[in-house]
Design a protein around this ligand. Structure first.
Ligand code: CP
Length: 320
């Protein structure tokens, strides 16, 4: 049992998808679906977090994750406060733990944290009071569990028979917390085939994704795939980003164009966690084309984060 589950199996923290079983993950995705009305609307505001305070602590840049967690908390009637790494007292030397303790003294209940250092979300769970919760909103290159959830929710909506799917994750898998969390979720749900596609220096060690096939050529890697998920090159996580090929050279070999997408199945969907670097990993014609479900991923992000917050609400201590 990881610290993210209580003794009764309730969700206390959301740290990683490791430790979830298929039933727990499916139940969370089903819960997220209840917040969606078709593909264009969310369910009306609910009182689940009324009287609770949710803090967004983002020490790395974000648009999708931060805004969708913010909207999710508002739609569950929470009060929401934000700490931005660039303008907070972290710039004056305060640690993440002291920032969390400061907000805890203001009776914050849920801390949603994005950090560049691995291990910080787990560490925070050891120091905050019981009945408070930590949610990992992106931790180094290790994990981004709610992104993994929204990715598999999107895949499940478009291609429900996961056991017979071939999913190709293309690009900088080595430095991608999204790839790790999405691959974990796919494995838990029993995906038929998972491929990792990219230049050798951007692929992870084979042992880390023991269940995935590795491809160093795009056409072979996406051949007959049902889902093609492209990734941004994460130069900010590399020791020597200058050693990489230029954007143009990368696009030439691994950029997903409409022509190259023909190697995948005719009904294949194209995903990207965002932000997209157009004409680097993905041609605009594909990003904005009929096979792209990128906007749907974003829509699903709010629903998934509402489900996570609503589950965690059951573990919070005291009356609001
Ligand atoms: N996918 C994702 O984490 O996007 P942001 O960095 O914009 O939050």
């Amino acid at each position: 049992m990881t610290p993210q589950f209580g003794p009764d199996g309730s969700l206390r923290h959301m740290l990683s998808l490791k430790g979830f079983n298929r039933q727990q993950l499916t139940s969370l995705l089903d819960h997220a679906e209840t917040y969606l009305v078709g593909h264009a609307h969310y369910a009306p505001r609910q009182p689940r977090l009324l009287g609770r305070t949710v803090a967004l602590l983002f020490f790395e840049p974000s648009t999708r994750t931060r805004i969708s967690f913010h909207l999710a908390a508002l739609r569950l009637s929470a009060d929401v406060v934000t700490v931005d790494g660039d303008t907070s007292s972290q710039r004056k030397g305060e640690t993440v733990l002291d920032t969390v303790r400061t907000l805890e003294a203001m009776h914050t209940d849920v801390f949603i944290v994005r950090v560049a250092e691995a291990g910080v979300p787990d560490m925070l769970t050891e120091h905050i009071g019981t009945g408070k919760s930590i949610i990992n909103a992106g931790e180094a290159h290790h994990s981004h569990p709610t992104q993994g959830l929204l990715d598999v929710l999107t895949i499940r909506q478009c291609k429900p028979d996961l056991g017979n799917l071939c999913v190709a994750i293309v690009g900088d898998v080595r430095h991608s917390r999204v790839a790790r969390s999405t691959a974990e979720a796919l494995q838990i749900l029993g995906v038929g085939e998972l491929r990792l596609v990219g230049p050798e220096p951007l692929l992870p060690a084979a042992a880390e994704f023991a269940h995935a096939e590795r491809y160093t050529e795009l056409d072979a890697g996406i051949c007959d795939a049902d889902v093609v998920m492209t990734l941004r090159i994460q130069r900010e996580r590399m020791r020597d980003p200058a050693a990489l090929p230029s954007d143009a050279a990368y696009f030439e070999r691994f950029g997903l164009t409409a022509e190259r997408l023909r190697a995948a199945r005719p009904d294949a969907i194209v995903m990207h966690p965002g932000p997209v670097n157009r004409e680097v990993e993905l041609a605009s014609a594909v990003a904005d084309g009929p096979r792209s479900v990128i906007a749907r991923q974003v829509t699903n992000g709010v629903a998934v984060r509402m489900a996570v917050l609503a589950r965690i609400a059951e573990s919070l201590s005291g009356t609001p």
